[in-house]
Design a protein around this ligand. Structure first.
Ligand code: HEC
Ligand code: HEC
Length: 141
């Protein structure tokens, strides 16, 4: 039962996210627990995002924008360690050929301000196989 409900929820989510993609015809799914409902609009899932191992700084779109991460971001940030700091801390950045974290992220003693500990809260990676999800006419001009 639980499994069935999860499947139903996932199908609904897929449907809700389908955006501009054309629906493909598929065999109807019969959900007997919901009466005679049929889900006919199903489509294949989008490709999983792939991220570059390394990349060059991406131009910012507006002033004070947290720069996008031009590389994969699967570096652990947890209670014990912040792997991003292995390359971006002021002490290591030059050697790792990475940009030093912004001065705003540092306390007066040059230690990382813990308010900025969770890097991925503001910085997001950009996939190679990026797909436009919704139309966007944002302009910084
Ligand atoms: C193995 C070293 C390494 C690690 C670990 C690493 N980075 Fe990077 N990062 C780089 C390099 C090299 C660049 C490209 C040069 C640059 O623009 O800083 C870069 C670029 C960036 C940029 C773009 C800077 C700009 O001004 O455009 C951001 C933001 C960034 N990384 C955030 C992160 C975050 C967040 C993490 C942890 C999830 C992380 N990095 C982990 C090496 C690393
Ligand atoms: C609360 C949001 C926030 C968090 C958390 C955060 N940053 Fe940033 N970061 C920013 C913003 C905003 C900027 C751009 C600053 C500006 O241009 O005024 C920035 C700039 C940077 C830059 C570019 C600096 C430069 O001189 O071009 C790097 C690299 C960076 N952050 C890395 C990190 C790393 C690594 C972490 C985690 C240890 C982190 N950031 C956590 C918001 C954040």
């Amino acid at each position: 039962m639980k499994k069935l409900l999860t499947t139903v929820a996932m199908l609904f989510m897929l449907n809700a996210c389908s955006g501009q993609q054309a629906d493909t015809q598929a065999d109807p799914v019969n959900i007997s627990s919901l009466g005679q409902s049929e889900i006919t609009a199903v489509r294949a899932a989008d490709a999983m995002p792939t991220y570059p191992n390394r990349g060059k700084s991406i131009e910012r779109t507006f002033v004070h924008q947290p720069p996008l991460i031009p590389h994969k971001a699967e570096y652990p940030i947890n209670m014990k360690k912040n792997s991003c700091m292995n390359c971006h801390s002021p002490a290591k950045a030059k050697r790792m050929k990475a940009t030093e974290i912004d001065a705003s992220h540092l306390l007066a003693d040059s230690k990382l301000n813990k308010h900025y500990y969770n890097c991925s809260q503001c910085h997001v990676p950009q996939a190679d196989n990026k797909q436009q999800l919704i139309e966007n006419d944002f302009s910084n001009k």
